[in-house]
Write a protein that binds this ligand. Structure first.
Ligand code: GDP
Length: 437
C-alpha cells in the first residue's frame, strides 16, 4: 500500500543530518512510485514529488526531528494542499434544498443517498425525502425503500413511470406539500459512461436545478475513477465528490487526483455498508491516514457520537462499586458495533492500520464473545466472580465454544475492569488529558 511504501521510502533518509540532493532523490522516486501505484495520476504525482523535493533539499534537520519526520511533514502538507486544504460542507440554504446524486452503477449511489439522508436527519435536524429515480432497475428502488425504512426517512417512488424528470418534479411537489426541507434524488447509473445516461441526468439536472449535485465514485476503481469524474463534470459541473468504499484496500490515489483534475472538492467519504459509515472529508485527516498517522480525530468523533452521557455516568458508578458485570460488557460491545465496521475503526488508530491489513476482523469476531455471555445466567453476568470451573464448563458447552475461550474472556474481562478502575483515578485523568491534546 501507499502507506507501506512511504514508510519505507522515508526510512531511507532517517538518521542522516541534512536532507541533500543525493539522499532525497531516491526517496522522492519511491514516493512517486508509491503514489502512482496507488493510482495517483502520473502527472499529479510528478508535480507533487517535485514540490516536495524543492522544499526538502537543503533543509537542516532540527535535532529534535529525524529527516524522516521532516520529510513526512513536507509530504503531508503537500497532500493536504492537493486535496483542497480545508473541509467543504454542503450547501443547505435553499428551501427546499435539492440534492442530485450522480455516478456509475455500483459506485454506491443508493447506499450513499441513504447515508446522506440519515446524516441530515440525525446531525442537521432536517426532514429529508428520498427520491428513487433509478427507473431501470426495480431492485434499486426496493433497495432505497429498505434503506429508507431502516433510517426512518420516506422514499418517493412511482411504480412503472420511466420518466425520471417527471418523477423528480412530482417528488418536489410532494416534498413541498409535506414540509420536507431536503430532497435527495438517487439517479440511474450505467456500468460505463454512455450518451443516453448522460442525456438523462442532464435533463433531470436542468429540470430540478439542484442546490447541490454530488458525484459518487468508487475509490477502488483507481484511475478510471478520475476519468469518470471528468466525464460527469463536463456534463453536470457538479459541486462535490463523494468517495465510496474507502474501507476496502484503500486506494487513496483517487482522492489525491480527482481534486486536482476536476478542481472540485471531495465532500464525503463512505467507509462501509452501514448507514453510519459516512464521514465528512477532511484533507488533513486523509493525508494523515495515507501517511499512517492514523485518523484519530474521526475515530474520536465517531465514538463521541455514539456515547451516551447518562449511560456513562451509570457505568462510572458501577465500576467504582465493583459492580461492572457481563451485561455491561455486552452493552459496550453493542456500542462499539454501532460505531461501524470494526476493521475500519481499528485501521484509524495510528500504528494499527498496517498491522491489521491482512488480518480478518469482521464484525463477527464479537459473535463468539456474545455467545459465551448469552449462555451465562443473569446471576453469573452480574457477579462474574461466582463463575467457577464447573460453571465455566457448562457455559462453554452452552455456547458451543472451547473452555479456553471462556477462560480467555474471563481474563480479558478482569483486565478491563482493572483498567477502567485505573482510568477513573488521578492517573487515568492525566492520561485522558494527554490523549485529548
Ligand atoms: P449504486 O448502483 O450506485 O446505487 O450502488 P449501491 O449503493 O447499490 O452500492 C453497490 C454495492 O456497494 C452494494 O453492495 C453496497 O452495499 C456496496 N457499498 C456501497 N458503499 C459502500 C462502502 O462505502 N463500502 C463498502 N464496503 N461497500 C459499499
Amino acid at each position: 500500500s501507499l502507506q507501506d511504501k512511504l514508510d519505507k521510502a522515508l526510512h531511507n533518509i532517517s538518521g542522516r543530518g541534512k536532507i541533500t540532493e543525493i539522499n532525497v532523490a531516491e526517496t522522492v522516486k519511491e514516493i512517486r512510485r508509491a503514489l502512482v501505484d496507488a493510482d495517483v495520476n502520473y502527472k499529479v504525482a510528478k508535480d507533487l514529488t517535485k514540490r516536495v523535493q524543492d522544499k526538502a533539499i537543503g533543509q537542516n534537520v532540527l535535532t529534535s526531528l529525524t529527516p524522516g519526520q521532516l520529510m513526512t511533514k513536507i509530504v503531508h502538507d503537500e497532500l493536504v494542499d492537493l486535496m483542497g486544504g480545508s473541509q467543504e460542507g454542503i450547501n443547505l440554504s435553499d428551501k427546499p434544498t435539492i440534492i442530485l446524486i450522480a455516478g456509475l452503477q455500483g459506485s454506491g449511489k443508493t447506499t450513499f443517498s441513504g447515508k446522506l439522508a440519515n446524516y441530515l436527519k440525525q446531525k442537521r435536524s432536517k426532514k429529508p425525502l428520498l427520491v428513487a429515480c433509478d427507473v431501470y432497475r426495480p431492485a434499486a428502488i426496493d433497495q432505497l425503500k429498505v434503506l429508507g425504512g431502516q433510517i426512518g426517512v420516506p422514499v418517493y417512488t412511482e411504480e412503472g413511470n420511466l420518466n425520471p424528470v417527471q418523477i423528480s418534479e412530482n417528488a418536489i411537489n410532494f416534498a413541498k406539500s409535506n414540509s420536507h426541507d431536503v430532497i435527495i434524488i438517487d439517479t440511474a447509473g450505467r456500468l460505463a459512461i454512455d450518451q443516453e445516461m448522460m442525456n438523462e441526468i442532464r435533463n433531470v439536472h436542468q429540470a430540478v436545478k439542484p442546490t447541490e449535485t454530488l458525484f459518487v465514485v468508487d475509490s477502488m476503481t483507481g484511475q478510471d475513477a478520475v476519468n469518470t469524474a471528468k466525464a460527469f463534470n463536463d456534463v453536470l459541473n457538479y459541486n462535490g465528490v463523494v468517495l465510496t468504499k474507502l474501507d476496502g484496500d484503500t486506494r487513496g490515489g483517487a482522492a489525491l487526483t480527482i481534486r486536482s483534475v476536476v478542481e472540485k472538492p471531495i465532500k464525503f467519504i463512505s467507509t462501509g455498508e452501514k448507514m453510519e459509515a459516512l464521514d465528512l472529508f477532511y484533507p488533513e485527516r486523509m493525508a494523515d491516514r495515507i501517511l499512517g498517522m492514523g485518523d484519530v480525530v474521526s475515530l474520536v468523533e465517531r465514538a463521541q457520537e455514539q456515547f451516551d452521557e447518562e449511560e456513562a455516568k451509570r457505568l462510572h458508578k458501577k465500576i467504582a462499586k465493583n459492580e461492572f458485570g457481563f451485561d455491561d460488557f455486552l452493552k459496550q460491545i453493542h456500542q462499539i458495533k454501532k460505531m461501524g465496521n470494526m476493521k475500519d475503526l481499528m485501521g484509524m488508530l495510528p500504528g494499527v492500520g498496517k498491522a491489521i491489513k491482512d488480518v480478518d476482523i469482521s464484525d463477527d469476531s464479537f459473535k463468539h464473545i456474545e455467545a459465551i455471555i448469552y449462555s451465562m445466567t443473569p446471576e453469573e453476568r452480574r457477579k462474574p466472580s461466582t463463575i467457577n470451573m464447573p460453571r465455566k464448563q457448562r457455559i462453554a458447552k452452552g455456547a458451543g465454544r472451547k473452555l479456553e475461550e471462556v477462560n480467555q474472556l474471563m481474563k480479558q474481562f478482569e483486565q478491563m475492569g482493572k483498567m477502567m478502575k485505573m482510568m477513573q483515578g488521578p492517573q487515568g485523568k492525566q492520561m485522558m488529558q494527554m490523549m485529548s491534546k
